[in-house]
Write a protein that binds this ligand. Sequence first.
Ligand code: CU
Length: 201
Amino acid sequence: MSAPERPDRTRAAPSPRDYARPTRPPLRDRRSGPTDWSTLMTRRTRTIAIMLTAASLALAGCSASTPAEPDDSAAPTVSETTDATSAPATDESSSEPAADAPTSLMAVVGTEDDPEAYEIELTDESGATITTLPAGDYSLTFVDRSTMHNFHMTGPGDVDVRTDVPGSDESTIEITLVEGTYEYVCDPHVSNMSGSVEVTA
Ligand SMILES: [Cu+2]
């Protein structure tokens, strides 16, 4: 039977907690598995060495504080697992758009190479497509060199701005965006030239 070998090793790592906790009977826990702790100890002296190390680590954690949760402040070895769950990642992601938010937008139809291409999008100054924005005042520059497309955006706050279909328009206007969804289209080609931007409060 070589099956017990693999689980033994992987289970040696989390063992300090299980071993130190009498409330969690190891035999029961691992009844479905190929081994239990009693056979482990008699079979493999190497495991005992590991467990002794683990036990001392667990004791170090216990002596400093209660064993259940405040591990992270006491035992650096155990904290690896607990730190990952307590990392505050949500704050950054919510503040990031505001910090990165552009103040200048571009309303683009066609492409640089082909003004008549069936493309429409709202971008920042670098040309990156924008799908969300914080509410606020923006300058909006039309990049419409097409004679058969236009850019037409509507949304909350009575926003309704557009370029003419024929001729080019590369003007810049000031625009105030409030919370809600703004839709933009090319009027002659609504079905295949459209997009939207979500504005958050
Ligand atoms: Cu069009």
